[in-house]
Design a protein around this ligand. Structure first.
Ligand code: ZN
Length: 391
C-alpha cells in the first residue's frame, strides 16, 4: 500500500527524538553500567523515561540540567529557545547524590530490569518551594501537584538518557507512541487531526466539545491520560471502557482514534495545557482542544487561564482550539455554550465530572442530558463489582 504524503506538523524542535538503543548499543551500554550506580525508577520517573525515549517529549533527550530547568521555571522555555513549561526532572536524595558526580553514567532500573542509562551532565539542588510558586502559581499544599513537587527528593540530576528496555504499561494496545499515531493519521488520510485530552469519563459536555471540533477536522484523537491522578477520580480502565462503548455507538468509524497517554497529571493548569499541547504536536496532531480549567484542580486557576497562557507565545506549531465550557440549558433544551445560548444562568446546569462521580457513587443513573445511557450503564455495572475510583 502506498501511503499518502504526510501533511502532519513537525515535532517540537523539528525532529522526533528516539533514545532507544539498538541491540549492539545495548550490549555496549550493559558493559558500561556493570558496576555503575543503580537507581530504582518510581512510577512517575518510569513514565518520564518512556516518554523522553519514544519522542513524546521531543525535543527533550533526557532530564533537565540546571540551565534548562531554570529557564523552564522562570521563562517557560528551553535554552534552545523552544517553548517548554513543565520541568522534567530526575530527583535523588542528598545521600545518594554524594556518590554521583558529573560525567558519571548511572543505571536506571525497575525491579530486576535495567531500563535506561543516564549520563550525568549536571547535579543541582533547586529551591523547590520558590519554583513551585512559579510552576503552579501557589505553594498551597492542598494542591496535589504542589504537594508532589515539594515531596520530591532534594537533588536533581540532569543529563541525556539512552534506553535499553522501553518501559511498557497497561493498556498496551492503546498506548501509542508518536511514530505510531503519525502513521495511523497518514494511513487514515487525515490532514487535520484534533487532539482531545481527558482524564474523565465521557459525558455530554465533552461530547459537545469533541463534535464541535470534528465538524471542522478530518479526525479526532481522543487521548486519555493514565498515570497517577488524584484520589476519587475514575480509574483509567473505567474511563477507557466507557469511551470504547461510546465511540462504537456514536462516532463514525474512520473519524476517531482512541489512545492512552501514560503520563502523570501535575494539575499545573495553564502551564500544563501548553505541555499537553506540545505532546500532541509530537503525536502529529494539528489542533488541540483546551476547554475550561484545563488541567486545573480545586479553585486554583481562573476558568480560562489555560486559554490566555497561549497568548504569551508565538506559533507553537499546533493550533489551539480555545473552547468555552458547555452546560445544559433548560431553555435551549440541549448542551450549549455561552457563545450560542442567550439565556440567564438560572436555566443552566453544569455537566461536570464531579457531579457524575457523585451520582455513580450513589448507584444513581446520570440523566441522559449528562451522560449517554450506555456509558452510564457500563459505569454502574462496573461499580457493582469493583472499586472504580482511584485510592
Ligand atoms: Zn439557552
Amino acid at each position: 500500500m502506498k501511503l499518502k504524503m504526510s501533511n502532519l506538523p513537525l515535532p517540537h524542535g523539528g525532529r522526533l527524538i528516539d533514545r532507544r538503543l539498538g541491540k549492539n548499543e545495548c550490549r555496549k551500554a550493559a558493559r558500561l553500567i556493570s558496576g555503575a550506580q543503580v537507581f530504582e525508577l518510581s512510577d512517575n520517573l518510569l513514565m518520564d523515561v518512556a516518554k523522553i525515549s519514544d519522542g513524546s517529549f521531543s525535543p527533550l533527550e533526557g532530564f533537565m540540567d540546571r540551565e534548562d530547568y531554570g529557564l523552564v521555571v522562570k521563562q517557560k522555555k528551553l535554552k534552545n529557545g523552544l517553548v517548554w513549561t513543565i520541568p522534567i526532572v530526575f530527583d535523588i536524595s542528598r545521600k545518594a547524590a554524594l556518590a554521583v558526580k558529573t560525567g558519571d553514567t548511572i543505571a536506571l532500573i525497575r525491579g530486576a530490569h535495567p531500563i535506561a542509562i543516564l549520563v550525568v551532565r549536571d547535579k543541582f539542588i533547586p529551591d523547590r518551594r520558590k519554583d513551585a510558586k512559579l510552576i503552579f502559581g501557589t505553594t498551597d499544599e492542598r494542591h496535589p501537584g504542589v504537594r508532589e513537587y515539594l515531596n520530591k527528593k532534594d537533588v536533581f540530576l540532569g543529563g541525556d538518557i539512552s534506553t535499553l528496555n522501553q518501559p511498557r504499561f497497561g493498556f498496551f494496545a492503546f498506548d501509542y507512541e508518536p511514530r505510531q499515531t503519525r502513521d495511523i493519521f497518514t494511513q487514515m488520510g487525515w490532514r487535520t487531526v484534533v487532539a482531545f485530552h481527558s482524564r474523565n469519563v465521557i459525558h455530554r459536555a465533552h461530547e459537545f466539545l469533541q463534535k464541535s471540533a470534528m465538524q471542522v477536522s478530518d479526525g479526532i484523537f481522543i487521548h486519555l491520560i493514565a498515570g497517577k491522578t488524584k484520589t476519587g477520580d475514575f480509574l483509567p480502565d473505567i474511563i477507557l471502557g466507557g469511551y470504547q462503548r461510546f465511540i462504537k455507538l456514536y462516532y463514525p468509524k474512520q473519524r476517531a482514534l482512541l489512545g492512552v497517554l501514560t503520563c502523570a497529571m501535575k494539575f499545573a493548569g495553564p502551564r500544563e495545557a501548553v505541555f499537553h499541547a506540545i505532546i500532541r504536536k509530537n503525536y502529529g496532531c494539528t489542533h488541540f482542544i483546551v476547554g475550561r480549567d484545563h488541567a486545573g484542580v480545586g479553585g486554583f486557576y481562573q476558568k480560562y487561564a489555560a486559554h490566555n497562557i497561549f497568548d504569551e507565545f508565538g506559533d507553537l506549531g499546533i493550533t489551539i482550539l480555545k473552547l468555552s465550557g458547555p452546560y445544559f440549558c433548560k431553555k435551549c433544551r440541549e448542551i450549549v455554550t455561552e457563545k450560542v445560548c442567550p439565556h440567564p444562568t438560572r436555566y443552566h446546569s453544569a455537566v461536570s465530572g464531579t457531579l457524575i462521580r457523585d451520582l455513580i457513587k450513589r448507584g444513581k443513573t446520570p440523566p441522559p442530558d449528562l451522560m449517554r445511557p450506555e456509558v452510564a450503564k457500563f459505569l454502574l455495572r462496573k461499580a457493582r463489582i469493583k472499586n472504580i475510583f482511584s485510592a
